[in-house]
Design a protein around this ligand. Structure first.
Ligand SMILES: [Zn+2]
Length: 234
């Protein structure tokens, strides 16, 4: 049922809807993120670059064959992107992932990339963490991308087998060892022969995505591409 605009305005008066990036009130018709923030988000536009010029693609060179290395936004501290990711991860605002996924999926689709993916697979959380947080932040981005790209997604294709310790205060090698053995393919029949778009909320070192991609390739998927909401510069 469509809510009449007058009623929607009345509800907004009692429960003000605010932009998840800047906390200013949203205007009618704005979808979780205001028009001003949407115009000013630090888009990477990596999908518009040829592979040798894509800095994210270069980070996987020599480690992993990646078809497309994509990230919607650049991760900048103390700005809109950090606020959005915080809302998503710690405030339970899964709408952040859904909205950004839809927008990014539509953008990638307009560049013809939808044809390069058969299946979207989110990086899984350990079930203990999932139980504590109630949702996997990568799932909402996968679901949004699925809508925008019109490509199916599967929440449980991958599984985390161990509870990883916090990644902070670890060297790159320690982080790698920490994640390298903790993923397995839970649904082998679903990934075999598929061109998979592996997604996560944020890319820092890339070790988590690498570890997931390795098990997917070992399970016989045709190729792996990666996409995150944001990626940190090194
Ligand atoms: Zn805003």
């Amino acid at each position: 049922m469509l809510i009449p605009a007058a009623l929607s305005d009345f509800v907004s008066l009692i429960f003000p809807r605010t932009c998840l990036a800047c906390v200013e009130p949203l205007a009618r018709g704005e979808d979780h993120i205001c028009t001003s923030c949407r115009a000013q988000l630090p888009y990477t536009d990596y999908h518009k670059l040829p592979e040798p010029e894509n800095p994210l693609a270069r980070r996987f060179w020599g480690k992993l064959p990646v078809r497309h290395a994509l990230s919607y936004l650049r991760f900048l501290r103390h700005g809109r992107v950090q606020r959005l990711l915080h809302q998503l991860k710690y405030q339970g605002q899964s709408e952040v992932g859904l909205v950004l996924g839809r927008w990014y999926g539509a953008e990638l689709s307009s560049y013809g990339l939808a044809a390069d993916f058969d299946l979207i697979v989110p990086v899984p959380l350990h079930w203990k963490k999932l139980a504590k947080r109630g949702f996997n932040q990568a799932d909402s981005f996968a679901e949004g991308l699925s809508t925008g790209l019109v490509v199916p997604w599967r929440a449980h294709a991958l599984r985390r087998t161990e509870h990883t310790a916090s990644q902070t205060r670890k060297t790159r090698t320690e982080r790698w060892l920490n994640v390298a053995t903790v993923f397995e393919v839970a649904e082998p029949a679903a990934v075999i022969g598929q061109r998979i778009l592996l997604v996560d909320d944020v890319l820092t070192t890339g070790a988590t995505l690498e570890a997931c991609a390795i098990v997917l390739l070992a399970a016989g998927c045709a190729e792996v591409s990666v996409a995150t909401i944001a990626c940190a510069d090194r």
